[in-house]
Design a protein around this ligand. Sequence first.
Ligand SMILES: [Zn+2]
Length: 97
Amino acid sequence: MSDKEALKRVAEKLRRAGASLPAPELTGTIEGSVVTGLCIALALVETEIEALADSMREVQRLGQDIEQERNFCPRCGKRTKDMTHIHTCTPPSTEGG
Ligand SMILES: [Zn+2]
C-alpha cells in the first residue's frame, strides 16, 4: 500500500468518526469540540494527500525532462522526438578547405 492510499484510509476513518470539511460551526459542547478536533485532523491528512499528489506530479515532470534531455544532441542542438531512431549527425567541420 502506498503512502497516499494509507492516508486516504485515515481520512476515510476520520470521516466515519464524524469529521467533515469544511468543519461545522462551533457548538460549544464537548461533542462539538471532539468533532472540531477530528475535522482539524482530517484537514491535515487531506493536505498531506494533496502534497503527495503534487510531489508525484513533480516526479513525473522531472522524468519527462530527463527523457527529453536524453534525446538532446549536444553536437547540433537537435532534439529528436523519435525514441527508436538513433540520431546521427555530421559535426560541423572546423577545418578550412
Ligand atoms: Zn545531432
